[in-house]
Write a protein that binds this ligand. Structure first.
Ligand code: PLP
Length: 367
C-alpha cells in the first residue's frame, strides 16, 4: 500500500507520522559545513548511515564531498547501484558471504575502500581478490581511544601495514581513525577528547612513514569534532553525517548546525487535561538518544513512547495551547541515525509545500 505523499502537497495535507526535512535549513547546514572546510585541505566524506538515501548523498557530493562513508556492505551496495563510486566502508566485516561481497564491490568501484583491523580480514580479502583478479584498497582502523574496533597501538597498525605490503591483490589506502567518543559531547570535552585521539593518530602516521608506508587518506571525525579537526590539521577527511539534518542530542551538545528534521505527528487521544497521546511511538521515534522533543508548543513534553503511541504531558499553564485530537505537532528526534532507520520515506519541505520525497533506501540494511 503506497502512502499518499508527493511533491506539491501542502504540509497540512500530509498523513502522519512522517519525517519532514526543512530544505532551507538542510541547505544552510551543508553550506556551513563546506565553509568550515573551505581552504583547509580537509575534505567532506559524509557518513550515509544517518540519512540513508542515495539522493541525499548526491546532494552532498554535488556540494563538494569527495565521496561517502557507509557502515554496512548492504548500504554500500545500494549506494553503488545509485551511481556513487567513491565509498568507504567504515565497519569491519567478517563471516559468511562478506568478503566475497566486499571484493565484488571493489571490482565494480575502483575507488571503493574498506576498513580492516585484523590479519584474518586482510588475508581473507586478499585471497578472494586474488581469485577475482582485483586489487582492493584497505584502510587500517586505529582505535583513537574510542574503545570500539581498531588496532589499539601504532605498532599494531604497522604490523598490519607490513602484512598488506607483503600481500598481493590489496593496497593500503590510509588510516581510519574515528573519534566517536569525542562527538556528542559539550564543546570543551570534545576538544579535550579529540586531542589525545589525534596525538595517537599522528604518532601512527609518523611510524608508518618511517617504514615507507604511504598513508594518503587519514579519515575520521564527525559533526561534533569537525571544526577541531580542521584546526588540528591531521585528518584530511571528515566523516560527519548528522550535521545535515541534526537531532536534539547534537543540538544540546552545542554544535554549530541547526535541526532540519522533524517528525509530524497527530494527537489521537486527549484522555485528561494533563495528558495527550500522539501517533508517534517507538516504531516512529528512537529513544536511545533520550526523549524526542515537541517543538513549537510550550508546556508539551514527550514523556514516553510505547510501540505505536507517544505519551505527552501538558502543563496546566499550557492549556491555552489548545491541544486537541486531530492537531498535528512537530517533534524533534533525539537521535536521527536510529530514527530515520525506522522510516520508508522522508519529505523535503519548503515554504509549507513538499518539494521532494526521498525513499530511505538503505533503511534496515544492516547486513
Ligand atoms: C565511523 C563513523 N564515522 C562517522 C560517523 C558520523 O558521525 P556524526 O553522526 O557524528 O556526524 C559515525 C557515526 O556514528 C561513525 O560511526
Amino acid at each position: 500500500m503506497q502512502r499518499a505523499l508527493r511533491a506539491g502537497m501542502l504540509v497540512e495535507e500530509l498523513e502522519t507520522p512522517l519525517l519532514i526535512v526543512d530544505l532551507e535549513i538542510m541547505e544552510r547546514n551543508l553550506a556551513h559545513m563546506m565553509s568550515i572546510l573551505e581552504g583547509s585541505g580537509v575534505k567532506l566524506r559524509p557518513h550515509l548511515k544517518t540519512a540513508k538515501s542515495p539522493a541525499i548523498a548526491q546532494i552532498m557530493i554535488q556540494a563538494g564531498a569527495v565521496g561517502i562513508c557507509c557502515a554496512k556492505l548492504s548500504e554500500a551496495e545500494v549506494m553503488a547501484n545509485a551511481g556513487i563510486t567513491d565509498i568507504l566502508l567504515t565497519s569491519e566485516v567478517a563471516g559468511a558471504g562478506k568478503y566475497e561481497r566486499l571484493v565484488a564491490l571493489a571490482a565494480r568501484l575502483p575507488d571503493f575502500k574498506a576498513v580492516v583491523d585484523s590479519t584474518h580480514a586482510i588475508e581473507s580479502i586478499a585471497a578472494v581478490a586474488r581469485e577475482r583478479g582485483v586489487t582492493v584498497k584497505l584502510m587500517i582502523e586505529l582505535d583513537v581511544h574510542t574503545g570500539r574496533s581498531g588496532q589499539v597501538t601504532p605498532g599494531g597498525v604497522l604490523e598490519l601495514a607490513d602484512l598488506i605490503r607483503a600481500t598481493d591483490s590489496i593496497d593500503l589506502a590510509g588510516i581510519h581513525a574515528y573519534a566517536g567518543h569525542a562527538q556528542v559531547k559539550p564543546a570543551e570535552s570534545r576538544r579535550d577528547l579529540n586531542e589525545p585521539a589525534m596525538e595517537i593518530l599522528s604518532e601512527t602516521v609518523e611510524l608508518l612513514r618511517e617504514h615507507n608506508h604511504p598513508v594518503p587518506i587519514l579519515s575520521g571525525g564527525g559533526t561534533g569534532s569537525v571544526r577541531i579537526d580542521v584546526e588540528t590539521g591531521i585528518l584530511n577527511e571528515v566523516q560527519a553525517g548528522s550535521f545535515l539534518l541534526l537531532d536534539t542530542a547534537y543540538r544540546d551538545a552545542g554544535v554549530e548546525f541547526e535541526n532540519a528534521l522533524t517528525c509530524l505527528s497527530t494527537i489521537i487521544s486527549r484522555p485528561t487535561p494533563e495528558r495527550a497521546v500522539c501517533d508517534a511511538g517507538l516504531k516512529t521515534l528512537s529513544r536511545d538518544g533520550g526523549s524526542p522533543e515537541v517543538t513549537g508548543r510550550t508546556g508539551v513534553t514527550y514523556l514516553r513512547g510505547s510501540d505505536e503511541h507517544g505519551s505527552l504531558t501538558v502543563e496546566p499553564d499550557a492549556l491555552e495551547t489548545d491541544l486537541n485530537v486531530g492537531d498535528v505537532i512537530a517533534i524533534l528526534p533525539s537521535h536521527i541515525c536510529t530514527t530515520i532507520n525506522l522510516h520508508d520515506v522522508m519529505a523535503g519541505v519548503r515554504n509549507g509545500v513538499v518539494e521532494t520525497v526521498w525513499p530511505v533506501e538503505t533503511r534496515g540494511h544492516i547486513w
